[in-house]
Design a protein around this ligand. Structure first.
Ligand code: FAD
Ligand code: MG
Length: 293
């Protein structure tokens, strides 16, 4: 994959035209209002006329993925659909697209008596050694996005068997896997689980997004994300198998990223963090350099 035009960093490109207000705030909105707000911001993003090839590519991926989510909403009723959410960047993008599509399809309902209204079904499988930052971000997502999230602390297959037992209506699960993830190479938008896995339909709306598209979307729409990404983590697992990405180490000779700082790790006399933020990485295949497996 080639880098961005003119050697610009993704952070520099989207700083030019990113939305100044965060997509969501700490004040919890009624569910239909939240989805309407997200829908409005995405509609504006899709209408934006731009010469920036990175932004254009992300607009195109967004249109394709919204089509896939809408198709899922045509094939399955809301009680039959769930989303695999682990607080990572890819399923965060997927969640936002899902909420946008729910508004588009008129599927957001206010609760009786003006309460928050319908919640989105999600499943989170906790790593044996989770990062507190990930746990905190998942918890804050539950509040912000009115998620109805069930959590399991066991290996994935067993966790999904339990989940299907606990939510017998669920027939399909939206998953944020991308092409360059392990096992992602041959996936399509709709794939039944493999032999040996609990049986349900996997839906992969963001399968063809590049790493850089994910960050362009998150940064451009100003979507709050897990704080670990600002510390050089680019792919999140558990604390024992996940490290900051060595390609983002400041002054690392192997880094693809233009080096423009800073003798002895300081800028204007202020100590610099050792790693650059996740959104400064460009190459899909460097994403998992901070993962042991
Ligand atoms: P990531 O890149 O972080 O994960 C990609 C996406 O998977 C995330 O965006 C999220 O939607 C989901 N996800 C990952 N980890 C979690 C978690 N802890 N809790 C909730 N969601 C999570 N493998 C097979 O070989 N055959 C299968 O049929 C199969 N079915 C699966 C069905 C589902 C719903 C999921 C979530 C996984 C399945 N897997 C299956 C495993 C999959 O191939 C990956 O090994 C696994 O998702 C870890 O992915 P990753 O390390 O690339 O993590
Ligand atoms: Mg991923």
């Amino acid at each position: 994959m080639t880098g961005p035009p003119n050697g610009q960093l993704p952070s520099e490109i989207d700083a030019l035209n990113r939305d100044p207000d965060p997509l969501v705030s700490d004040t919890r909105l009624p569910f239909p209002d939240l989805c309407a707000e997200i829908h409005g911001r995405i509609a504006k993003f899709l209408l934006q006329d731009t010469d920036d090839s990175r932004l254009k590519a992300t607009q195109e991926q967004t249109r394709i993925s919204l089509g896939v989510v809408e198709e899922a909403l045509g094939r399955y009723s809301l009680p039959e659909l769930s989303l695999a959410y682990n607080g990572g960047k890819d399923c965060l993008v997927l969640l936002i697209l899902y909420l946008c599509a729910l508004h588009e399809k008129g599927l957001t309902t206010a609760g009786p008596d003006g309460s928050q209204g319908s919640a989105v079904q999600c499943v989170y499988i906790q790593a044996p050694d989770p990062f507190q930052e990930v746990e905190d971000f998942v918890a804050s997502s539950v509040k912000t996005y009115s998620l109805s999230l069930l959590e399991y602390a066991k290996p994935m297959k067993a966790a999904f068997a339990d989940y299907l037992h606990d939510t017998p209506n669920v027939k399909a699960i939206l998953v944020g896997t991308r092409r360059t993830d392990p096992h992602g190479e041959h996936l399509t938008h709709f794939d039944p689980t493999d032999h040996g896995w609990p049986a349900f339909m996997r839906v992969h709306p963001v399968i063809d997004w590049h790493y850089v598209d994910i960050w362009t979307f998150i940064r451009h729409l100003n979507i709050p994300y897990c704080s670990l990404y600002d510390c050089g983590y680019t792919s999140l697992g558990g604390t024992t198998d996940t490290h900051p990405n060595p390609a983002l180490q400041r002054n690392a000779s192997t880094s693809q990223i233009p080096q423009r700082t800073i003798p002895n790790g300081t800028k204007n006399g202020i100590e610099q963090p050792k790693f650059r933020p996740a959104y400064e990485l460009v190459d899909d295949y460097e994403e998992r350099l901070g993962r042991d497996r």
